[in-house]
Structures are given as structure tokens and as C-alpha cells.
Design a protein around this ligand. Structure first.
Ligand SMILES: Nc1ncnc2c1ncn2[C@@H]1O[C@H](COP(=O)(O)OP(=O)(O)OP(=O)(O)O)[C@@H](O)[C@H]1O
Length: 356
């Protein structure tokens, strides 16, 4: 149990308190140290070295870029970087920094040694990005005063800080920005043993008794992602609570886990509704592909960025989808998983999207 577990001692029958409890649960679940952080052993080792070297030399750690799909622990790692070094943490995000002035206001108010976390850093305004280059390198920014011919730039010294940037799309970062990070961590999907560890820890904090095979079933269906693992566990907790008449001693067994996950539309491979809509669209509307990302996004009614950053990495990883220069293509494993034959696809191509 971590310190945050005490926050969970709330009355779950009160709807307001229950949602507070869910939030408290999210917060309490975040590991507070690298030792508590499950999996990503390579990244953990690299970060540990970087932080230890900075501590020995009594300087701020180098800037760190965390890259990888959503829910793998980027925010958690940023918090750990601050916590391990006993440094304050300022949190912001790319979409919130739409002008250089927004960034100047944040940078100029940092205290020495502060960790600045910018989530979705690839979505920051270009003018702010340019200001960040100088800030990262020299701990200095140039502020423009006045307008037109009379405008002058006034240098402003900043307190030394560590920037931790997070991105689901490292490829979108301009090279000058990427090069100014002292270390880039690429977070990978978690394997099932690691997810079982995450789930067992979370179940303990939630006070949920759960069988080993039931934990393994959730681990196999959470797309290699701790955030999804924790979310599914909460639904299993709800299901167990309701189907045992609210008994405190209820146990989540394999049967209950399967029933809960089926109810919430999570299939045996962990595909959810959006994953399935994407795959079925490729299989039925486009005969298995190739199909371009934008065409696919319009057909599914979802943002191209969401498909590229959230849906595709997992589908590629489990071998249902490949990316080719001509577009996305379903693999033979995808045809098998969806119980379809390539020849049948043209017949079904006339189906409207709602029928998928
Ligand atoms: N290695 C881990 N061990 C235990 N729990 C983890 C781990 N990584 C993530 N989690 C849990 O998963 C949840 C999501 O993690 P986090 O918010 O850090 O992901 P993220 O990569 O920042 O996601 P996003 O890109 O969507 O912001 C958190 O509740 C956290 O407790």
C-alpha cells in the first residue's frame, strides 16, 4: 500500500463521494518512486542513472522526453522524476500553450530546480517551441517589448529547470526541439506478467479479493496498458459488488471477470469498440486494405490522430494490422479473428457503417 491508499476510505454508496473515490483511486495508484514503478526496466535503469548523476553533482537533471502511446505511465514518470529528486513539479500541456507569452509566463515563474512537465508537447504553438529552444539550452528567454519598428527584445534569465516532455507522436517534434532533450525514453506496451503485477497491486489498494486466473484474464485483455488495466479492474469491482448483493467479502473469480468484460465490450484480445470498428471497416469496406489513414478516419468517424496514436500501435503490435507505403492492411490473423474470408469482403462492402 502507498500513502495514498488512505484516500480510498470513502463511502462508495454516495454518488458524489463515489466519483471522488474514483479520482482518489487514480491518484493513489500512481507509483511514487522508480522502485515502485512496474515494468519498463530499461527506461527505469536509464532514468535512475540520469537522476543519480545529477544528484551527485548537485545540478538539475537533463531534460527528458517520454514517448509512447497513452496510458503507459508518462505522467507518472514525470511525477517520479520530481518526487525522487525532492523537486517541485509544474504541470502544463501543449494545447494550453498557444502563444509564446503563455510559455514565457510559466518559464519566468519557475523556482530553481523545478520540474516542468509538458504533456502532448507536440501540440504546442510553433512560436512557443522556438522560445523553448533557448530556454532549454541557456535557461534564458528573449521577451519582445513593443511593436513594429520600435520593438526590442529583452533577455530574461530563468531559474535552472528540468523539462519533462511527453508525446504520443515523437515523430511530429521538430528536430531542434528533439535534440535538446538529454534523454528520450521510449515506453513500450507492458507484458502480461507486468500487468498482473499492476492489477494485483491495484486490487490490494481497492480492497478487492480476486483470484489469480481472474487477474490473468484482465491482464490479457487490457491492450498492454496499465491505465486500461486499472479501468477494467474498477468495472470488475463494480460487477462483483453488484452481483454479490454488496457483500464486502465478495470475491472476483474468473466467471465474474469474463462476464464483466463481456458486458463492457472488451473482447478476448482486448479490442474495444473503436478497435473493432477500425478493423471491421478495413476488412469489409476496403477488402482488407490498403487504405489511407484519412480515408479510414472519415469512414470510422474518428480523428486521424486518435487512430494513429491510440488505436493503431496496439493493432500493429498484436499483428492484426500492418502499415505499408500504400496504406493500412489487415493481416491474415485479422481475417481469422473477425471470422471473415477475404473473398466475402466485397459482398459486405455495401454495408452502411452503422451495421458494422
Ligand atoms: N508502471 C506502472 N506501474 C503501475 N501503474 C502504472 C504504471 N504506469 C502507469 N500506471 C497507472 O496507469 C495510469 C495511467 O498512467 P499515466 O497517466 O502516467 O499515463 P500516460 O502515459 O501519462 O497517459 P497519457 O499519455 O494518456 O497522459 C495511472 O493511474 C498509473 O497509476
Amino acid at each position: 500500500m502507498t500513502d495514498g491508499a488512505d484516500d480510498l476510505d470513502l463511502d462508495l454508496t454516495d454518488p458524489v463521494l463515489a466519483s471522488e473515490a474514483e479520482l482518489a483511486f487514480e491518484g493513489a495508484l500512481r507509483p511514487r518512486s522508480l522502485a515502485e514503478f512496474v515494468g519498463q526496466s530499461r527506461v527505469r535503469g536509464q532514468l535512475q542513472l540520469l537522476l543519480s548523476a545529477a544528484a551527485l553533482q548537485q545540478r538539475t537533471p537533463d531534460h527528458i522526453l517520454l514517448a509512447g502511446p497513452p496510458g503507459l505511465g508518462k505522467t507518472t514518470l514525470a511525477m517520479i522524476v520530481a518526487h525522487e529528486g525532492g523537486r517541485p513539479l509544474r504541470m502544463s500541456s501543449g494545447p494550453a500553450i498557444q502563444h509564446a507569452g503563455d510559455l514565457a509566463a510559466i518559464l519566468s515563474s519557475l523556482v530553481p530546480g523545478e520540474v516542468l512537465f509538458i504533456d502532448e508537447i507536440h501540440r504546442m504553438a510553433r512560436s512557443a517551441e522556438e522560445m523553448l529552444y533557448l530556454a532549454m539550452e541557456d535557461f534564458r528567454i528573449d521577451i519582445m517589448v513593443g511593436k513594429g519598428a520600435g520593438a526590442t527584445s529583452v533577455p530574461l534569465d530563468l531559474a535552472p529547470f528540468t523539462l519533462v516532455g511527453a508525446t504520443t507522436r515523437a515523430g511530429l517534434l521538430p528536430n531542434p526541439l528533439r535534440d535538446r532533450f538529454g534523454f528520450t525514453a521510449h515506453l513500450e506496451f507492458y507484458d502480461e506478467a507486468e500487468l498482473e503485477h499492476v492489477l494485483t497491486r491495484a486490487a490490494g489498494m481497492l480492497g478487492l479479493a480476486i483470484d489469480g486466473d481472474a487477474v490473468a484474464e484482465i491482464a490479457g485483455r487490457c491492450r498492454g496498458t496499465p491505465r486500461i488495466a486499472n479501468r477494467l479492474l474498477r468495472r470488475v469491482r463494480d460487477y462483483t459488488l453488484v452481483h454479490s448483493g454488496g457483500s464486502e467479502r465478495a470475491r472476483a473469480d474468473l466467471e465474474r471477470v469474463r462476464a464483466a468484460l463481456d458486458l463492457y465490450d472488451v473482447d478476448a484480445l482486448g479490442l474495444d469498440r473503436l478497435d473493432r470498428a477500425v478493423m471491421e471497416t478495413i476488412l469489409t469496406r476496403f477488402g482488407g486494405g490498403p487504405v489511407g489513414l484519412n480515408t479510414l478516419a472519415v469512414s470510422v468517424g474518428e480523428e486521424a490522430e486518435t487512430i494513429e496514436a491510440v488505436v493503431e500501435p496496439f493493432l500493429v503490435r498484436i499483428g492484426l494490422l500492418t502499415r505499408t507505403p500504400r496504406g493500412r492492411v489487415a493481416t491474415p490473423a485479422a481475417w481469422r479473428h473477425f471470422g471473415r474470408q477475404p473473398e466475402a469482403s466485397e459482398v459486405e462492402a455495401a454495408l452502411p457503417l452503422d451495421d458494422l
